[in-house]
Design a protein around this ligand. Structure first.
Ligand SMILES: [Cu+2]
Length: 502
């Protein structure tokens, strides 16, 4: 029905145009054709001039009226250091193109009016004018050279070569249909390796190489988590994509860079205004003092709910809009507090699962360090007067299956233990071996005794006096969990340390 009506309207309009044409044809026949054409030319020339004035005044007035809604003006000044320079380049370009814009429009309509066909005038014909050609080639060339040179200088300032001495944070943004994965380096400050061949959508969607220590402590922010960055700190963003072209766009920071599958790009910027400071800046402007939700006039104002945002500036598919992410810029202290709360992706999701290539084979230096702190704390706890237990499980002591041979990984835990025991010369401990209930009870008892002795021998070889140590095997007699599940049996096979005297 709608199509029918639209078709009807178009048809009627065509009929009207034809009829008007017929009427003016008749009129010109009555009045003389030339007279009518001259009259038309003058009328159209005058209307053209009126249009030009309305159009130019309208352009300037609307640009002025809406200036506070445009990036770079009013409240929307840059929130990053380099953004001010970029804005000034845009302003210079706007001045040049603005002059050309106004001049060409005035000339266009003025010429159409002034040189309209009049009685007794004749158009001049010339095919070529060298001077004119030179002027209109040289002027734009000079202006363009100036703009491009300025742009190049700015580009080099925006992309400095960062050295290790520059204190900067490097994060990584991976775009895919339809979200961003944001990766932060862990405490080591370095983003680890990744490899597209390791991508496994269930466990490792970024393809992180978990055998790289730098990857093992990396933090990955999921699809909707707020991105947090510290103020006054240089941030380098590595930008990649997994499927199609995306674009990493932080409008308030004047950061915009394509995210290209297979071709990593990057951007360097330094936020200079925290989210709070930017909101305060917005609160000075009437446009931002209105309620954020027009249906709730008592609710928070627009400036109060403002958030910096990351958008994908590439039409990458039908869920494109959902790539929006909130970014919060906070003080450095707040950032440090936030980042220490974030958990390593590997340690939280992968470590010691079947997807872990390091399971039982390797401990990372940060794990060893962390375990050292833990062991010290556990020791301090069992030696304190308020201690509720005198047992410390030696979590990282492992043996080869069915044997009393200590695995290499155990040495880290035992070396830590040696240094703690050396610092507490009065302490005597029992090393207790336990097994699960698989196999013969007598053999388990024997194995647990051998394993406890193995630990004792290792400690003695590192300089602990034999008199301070007792090794005792308990076999399968003291389970701490059910022997019916593999996880339970895993827990029951253990070596413990018991304080005999403080
Ligand atoms: Cu996208």
């Amino acid at each position: 029905m709608t199509y029918l009506i639209a078709f009807g309207i178009v048809f009627l309009l065509a009929v009207i145009v034809i009829q008007i044409g017929k009427v003016s044809e008749l009129a010109s026949k009555i009045r003389g054709e030339e007279e009518v054409e001259l009259q038309n030319n003058t009328t159209q020339g005058i209307w053209g001039m009126i249009f030009m004035v309305v159009f130019l005044v309208g352009s300037v007035v609307s640009a002025y009226y809406y200036k506070n809604y445009m990036l770079g003006y009013g409240p929307l000044t840059s929130a990053s250091e380099h953004g001010f320079e970029l804005d000034s380049i845009f302003n210079v370009t706007l001045i040049f193109t603005g002059i050309v814009f106004v001049l060409t429009h005035i000339l266009l309509f003025w010429y159409a009016y002034k040189y309209r066909q009049q009685r007794g005038t004749k158009a001049i014909f010339f095919a070529h004018d060298t001077k004119l050609e030179m002027i209109w080639t040289a002027v734009p060339a000079v202006v363009m050279t100036f703009l491009v040179a300025r742009g190049l200088v700015a580009w080099n300032n925006i992309f400095p070569t960062l050295t290790n001495e520059d204190k900067y944070i490097e994060i990584e943004a991976t775009g895919y249909q339809f979200a961003w994965d944001i990766r932060y380096p862990g405490p080591d400050g370095k983003l680890g390796n990744k490899d597209f061949r390791l991508i496994d959508l269930a466990n490792n969607s970024l393809g992180l190489d978990f055998t790289d220590e730098h990857s093992a402590d990396d933090i990955v922010l999921g699809g909707t988590d707020k991105i947090v960055l510290p103020v006054d700190t240089t941030v380098k963003v590595r930008i990649t994509a997994k499927d199609v072209l995306h674009n990493f766009y932080l409008p308030h920071f004047r950061v915009k860079m394509d995210a290209v599958p297979g071709l990593p790009t990057s951007f360097i910027f330094k936020p200079v205004l925290t989210t709070k400071e930017f909101r305060e800046q917005l609160s000075q402007y009437p446009e931002w003092q209105v309620p954020a939700d027009p249906k709730d006039p008592e609710g928070p104002k627009r400036w109060e709910v403002f958030e910096y945002e990351l958008a994908c500036a590439e039409l990458c598919g039908k869920g494109h809009y959902s790539m929006r992410r909130v970014l919060e810029v906070v003080s450095r202290d707040e950032y440090n507090a936030w980042i220490t709360q974030q958990k390593s992706f590997y340690m939280t999701n992968i470590r010691n699962t079947d997807a872990d290539p390091n399971k039982g084979k390797r401990l990372f230096s940060f794990e060893i360090k962390q375990r050292e702190e833990e062991l010290k704390a556990e020791f301090a706890n069992v030696l304190s007067d308020s201690a509720k237990t005198n047992i410390i499980p030696l979590k990282n002591v492992f043996f080869e299956t069915g044997s009393d041979k200590l695995s290499d990984l155990s040495k880290h835990e035992l070396d830590n233990l040696v240094s703690i025991l050396k610092g507490r010369p009065s302490v005597r401990v029992e090393l207790a071996g336990h097994t699960d209930n698989v196999g013969d009870a007598a053999m388990n008892l024997d194995l647990s005794q051998k394993r406890a002795s193995g630990v004792l021998n290792y400690l003695v070889s590192k300089g602990i006096e034999t008199g301070k140590l007792v090794a005792k095997g308990y076999g399968q007699n003291n389970p701490v969990d059910s022997n019916d599940t593999p996880e339970g049996r895993d827990k029951n096979r253990r070596t413990e340390l018991k304080i005999i005297s403080k």
